[in-house]
Design a binder for this molecule. Structure first.
Ligand code: OGA
Ligand code: MN
Length: 215
């Protein structure tokens, strides 16, 4: 088992500064090749075991399968999971969470994450990562697991950088690329890929004021 390495403040500082400046950042340093290989092995093993289910859209009672909107399959991860690759993923993003909280007082409390498998031809149409009735999701973290992903395979995440969606950036789902962005600000979509595409998607959640008891 690899020990949880302390990321040098410089790496986290860069993430924080860039998030402060533009609301999104792409990092290629927090996860090593080995970290990614182990996450990919774990994802593939669970996929082979048939543990994934087709992704739904919406929250709780409004959830439904909408294959015209998204056609990937997901497996939710347990933060208390003993599997070392997954524990290391949560420990690393926990360091990001703490740095973000110190810098922005966002009060991020936890991280909900799933593996996602996009079989060839699948996609996720343009959307925002925030439910209409729940604003707990504050910061999205997408980590890609695909070694040597060829450009011609498609499958980029197209991120729209302005509200009018006139400017966009295509991020290839290359192993080790971590994209962080404010969940309520950036529209994005997953373009169809010609190869199976693996990722871990997480959302840092804020405390939900509405759930607190009056004191
Ligand atoms: C999502 C999502 C982006 C990606 O799961 O909400 O937008 O690149 N994922 O996998
Ligand atoms: Mn999304």
């Amino acid at each position: 088992m690899t020990p949880v390495t302390d990321h040098s403040p410089a790496q986290l500082d860069h993430i924080i500064d860039t998030l402060a400046e533009q609301g999104w950042v792409i990092d290629q340093t927090l996860f090593s090749k080995e970290d990614i290989r182990r996450l990919r092995d774990c994802c593939e093993a669970q996929w082979q075991d048939g543990r994934f289910h087709e992704a739904a859209v919406g929250r709780a009672d409004q959830q439904g399968r909408r294959s015209e909107i998204r056609s990937d399959s997901v497996l939710w991860l347990d933060a208390a999971e003993a599997e070392p690759a997954i524990a290391h993923y949560f420990a690393t993003l926990n360091q990001v969470r703490q740095a973000v909280n110190q810098a922005f007082y966002l009060g991020l409390e936890d991280l909900e994450s799933h593996f996602a498998v996009y079989p060839p031809g699948s996609f996720y149409k343009k959307h925002l990562d925030r439910f209409r009735d729940d604003d707990a999701r504050a910061l999205t973290a997408v980590l890609y697991l695909n070694e040597d992903w060829p450009d011609e395979a498609g499958g980029q995440m197209r991120m729209y950088l302005d509200d009018a969606c006139t400017q966009s950036l295509d991020v290839p789902p290359q192993a080790g690329t971590l994209v962080l962005f404010l969940s309520d600000r950036f529209w994005h979509e997953v373009l169809p890929a010609s190869q199976q595409r693996l990722s871990v998607t997480g959302w840092f959640r804020r405390r939900q004021a509405g759930l607190a008891w009056p004191s």
